[in-house]
Design a protein around this ligand. Sequence first.
Ligand SMILES: C[S@@+](CC[C@H](N)C(=O)[O-])C[C@H]1O[C@@H](n2cnc3c(N)ncnc32)[C@H](O)[C@@H]1O
Length: 225
Amino acid sequence: MLEDLKNNIDFFIRNKTGFSRKNFIEKNHNLIERNKLENLYTKDILAQNFSKPTEENIKILDIGCKNWFYAKGEHEFFSEHINKFQLDGVELDAYRLYSNLYSRYEVAKYYTKGLQNTNYIADNLLNITTKYNYIIWFLPFVLVEPHTYWGLPKKYFYPEALLKHAYSILEQNGEMLIINQGKIEEEVQKTLLDKLNIKYTQLGELKSSYFEYKYQRFGFLIKKV
Ligand SMILES: C[S@@+](CC[C@H](N)C(=O)[O-])C[C@H]1O[C@@H](n2cnc3c(N)ncnc32)[C@H](O)[C@@H]1O
């Protein structure tokens, strides 16, 4: 309860002030190299699981994009197939500060620099009404413990409502890829999808030769037909 009070106060203050140092640049060589591999991983996971995009002028949404360190991988996957698309990322906690006093939003500006038609939206997914042809959802909070641990107030924990909303903004014939961390979260995700009667393909463990995360990742592909 005390933790939630603290999260509420911190969350309120950081969103009210939007404070951040400006013009973030990553200088740590190891982190730059790791980021390259994570982007290759991202692109590979999308290529393995999504249908190849063929239509121009489509819209793509990343849900919970944090500092969007993997935006380039997403962008490269789509730009290999089509010329024009809009890539949006929505993040509820955009003004969370790192210990170096840069916000996620400011760091995202660095990671999305030069990526055409890429737009970071500091907002709650529930406020998004645009419809998307592809939705990418890496590591949604389906359990309250990680949600709280990451500093979010409990009043924002409503995984079922978020999933329902994400599905409602998926275009007809659109595809949504959800990736969960660990077997337990995969099981909870499956229960949520079943409860909402959303049809899916359970992809099992997702792997890429480019990068291996410490914890196993599992996927679901939803095609809205
Ligand atoms: C486990 S993190 C995953 C971050 C990132 N996708 C990744 O793969 O590293 C979940 C993210 O979802 C965000 N989030 C939670 N609820 C949200 C909501 N209602 N709208 C938008 N983002 C939300 C959190 O703030 C957090 O950044």
